[in-house]
Design a protein around this ligand. Structure first.
Ligand code: C2E
Ligand code: CA
Ligand code: CA
Length: 585
């Protein structure tokens, strides 16, 4: 009973709630804070104390807290594990109908003596009244409290309430200015639940912080990011030019998320599904915009993880060009418009073929044969590259088999296939790509994967791991465009490469420029020192080949020997077993 008296007379406003949000007991300070006379609030509902526009979200948060605490208790064998105290940030509704910001904390108390657990809500009214129009906004305390009232404690980001307020202001501005445009993104982390459950809630919290750190630099200064609760985030993109600009920002976010997140001693891959409302200015309320962005997010999630979706799909003009071309490329794969050309790799000494590099082409029904530079960048931006590279790998493996059948087992060649660094970052790429190779029935020893240096700059351990898995299959690895990246030399030692390729930009000047000569010289000696094969690409003149050979580079490819050729012509070349170019052979 002493307990009860101190509860009733406490200076802090306190209420006990059940899991459904019903107020089981409230003290005097609590009722006073809301402007109610003594003894009327007990038995009422938390919902009655919240403004309608935040009630839903607040109750969801409340329910979520309840669940997470009961889960912890269950895991702890129903011990006395009292829940952690969380700071909440909801505005309340006073008896007189005025919105009131309070500093609040919420804590789940274990049930005692046959009573179910309950929640203790403690509130402290903010001095100066309604938060935004406080009388003395300069005082530090109030700033701090407003900070907790408007911001998410975990990430420090604005919360949903503040975001809605900003979106509301944007709507007002749109009504005044014809040319002002803004957009809203709704982000939901894919598979967050799994991570949270398998690594624990502390790691989950850490991930949410890392996630927000990763997203922030993708935004412009004028944008407002917010955490809406759980693993949901939203962003107000203020003052945007057009849909393409929105698309660029969204893709930047998805790009930024491709690098794994370091949590504990592991790396976690996290993608987000993003819903986008681009025509936000047409809406009547901020809530409606957020609802539609949320809906679009769901559609994005349904169509596969790590994707984004625009809400205005029924307005064709709103579909950005990029998305249309992305779909076109997707269909191109299904329709067999993606083809491989093959460029021979030769021994510089004998000019005989020792290998082939597969180079992708898009045989476009209207535009004709498109080279990779016309569609690879688009594929990389949209994430489609992963599927494109997998498709190319399928075609490549089938070609290896066909070439073997036609050219005979004695024909000396392996097929090099280019894999974009971005495809490599996909979490299940090793499994997926390995199964392509294994199921194709070609000999993995005939397959070489070409990757560029940029791959080696991210998540070194994860990358090494993936590379080794391919090596274990029997596949060889080639480092492409060597020398054009950053600190390749240091990395090279750590990765299980078999071969490096001297970039065209050096080959083309090796015979006439000291600097290029020096660079090629050191690449060759480095490669040979590490026991790697060295291939020079882009050889167009015989002087270049001579200098390269002199420097100890034994293999090369380039227009001097052959341009990339379609399959049938490649077969003919292999069948002849002769030196290149044919005219000279
Ligand atoms: P890369 O891997 O460095 O391929 C070599 C490029 O140089 C090819 O261009 C080839 O046609 C061109 N080339 C070869 N010999 C010479 C020469 O003597 N002189 C000149 N000027 N160029 C020469 P292509 O086929 O347009 O491919 C461009 C890039 O597209 C490739 O550069 C590669 O990074 C990318 N790519 C090609 N196929 C694929 C693919 O299947 N997947 C991915 N991810 N990327 C690919
Ligand atoms: Ca290549
Ligand atoms: Ca290259």
């Amino acid at each position: 009973m002493r307990y009860r008296a101190s509860f009733m007379d406490a200076v802090a406003g306190m209420a006990l709630l059940d899991a459904g949000g019903r107020l089981l007991a409230v003290n005097r300070a609590f009722e006073a804070a809301f402007g109610y006379p003594d003894g009327v609030l007990a038995g009422t509902d938390l919902r009655d104390l919240l403004p309608p526009d935040v009630a839903g979200q607040a109750l969801r948060e409340f329910g979520g807290l309840w669940l997470s605490v009961s889960a912890i208790r269950a895991a702890a064998g129903m011990g006395e594990a009292a829940g952690a105290t969380v700071e909440t940030a909801w505005p309340f509704l006073r008896a007189d109908g005025e919105k009131r910001w309070m500093q609040q904390s919420l804590r789940i108390l274990p049930g005692e003596a046959g009573h179910p657990p309950c929640a203790l809500l403690q509130v402290t009214p903010l001095e100066g009244g309604n938060g935004r129009a406080g009388r003395d906004p300069a005082t530090r305390d109030e700033e701090r409290m407003t900070q907790t009232a408007f911001h998410d404690v975990l990430t420090g980001l604005p919360n949903r309430v503040l975001l809605l307020d900003r979106v509301e202001s944007a709507l007002k501005r749109a009504r005044r200015h014809d040319h002002y445009r803004f957009a809203v993104l709704f982000l939901d982390i894919d598979r967050f639940k799994v991570v949270n459950e398998s690594l624990g809630h502390r790691a989950g919290d850490e991930l949410l912080r890392l996630f927000s750190d990763r997203v922030l630099p993708c935004l412009r200064e004028v944008d407002t990011p917010a955490r809406c609760g759980g693993d949901e985030f939203a962003v107000l993109l203020d003052d945007v030019e057009d849909t393409a600009e929105v698309g660029t920002i969204v893709e930047r976010i998805q790009d930024a998320l491709r690098t794994p997140f370091p949590v504990h001693d592991t790396e976690v891959y996290m993608a987000a599904s993003i819903g986008v409302v681009v025509r936000a200015r047409q809406y009547a309320s901020a809530e409606d915009i957020l609802r539609d962005a949320d809906l679009a997010m769901f559609r994005a999630k349904e169509s596969g993880k790590g994707r984004y979706e625009l809400f205005d799909e029924d307005v064709p003009s709103a579909v950005p060009d990029k998305l249309r071309r992305e779909n076109e490329l997707r269909r191109a794969m299904e329709r067999g418009e993606i083809e491989l050309y093959f460029q021979p790799v030769v021994s510089l000494r004998t000019a005989r073929i020792t290998g082939l590099e597969a180079l992708v082409r898009w045989n476009h029904p209207d535009l004709g044969l498109l080279s990779p530079s016309e569609f690879i960048p688009l594929a990389e931006e949209s994430g489609l590259i992963y599927h494109l590279d997998r498709h190319v790998l399928e075609l490549g493996c089938a070609s290896v088999r066909a070439l073997r059948e036609r050219a005979g087992p004695a024909a000396e060649f392996a097929l090099n296939l280019n894999i974009s660094a971005r495809s490599f970052r996909r979490w299940n790429m090793v499994e997926s790509y390995s199964s392509v190779i294994l199921e194709s029935g070609c000999n993995p020893l005939d397959v070489r994967l070409e990757i560029t240096e940029s791959l080696l700059l991210t998540g070194v351990d994860a990358v090494t791991d993936k590379l080794w898995k391919f090596k274990e299959l029997g596949v060889s690895l080639v480092l492409d465009d060597f020398g054009t990246g950053y600190s390749s030399l240091n990395y090279l030692r750590q990765f299980p490469m078999d071969m490096i390729k001297v970039d065209k930009s050096f080959t083309s000047r090796v015979h006439e420029e000291k600097a290029a000569y020096g660079i090629v010289q050191s690449i060759v000696s480095l490669g040979r020192g590490l026991g790697l094969g060295v291939v020079a690409e882009g050889i167009e003149q015989s002087e270049q080949a001579e200098v390269l050979l002199e420097l100890g580079c034994l293999y090369g490819q380039g227009f001097l020997y052959s341009r990339p050729l379609p399959f049938e012509r490649t077969v003919k070349l292999l069948e002849r077993h002769c030196s290149l170019p044919l005219s000279a052979g």
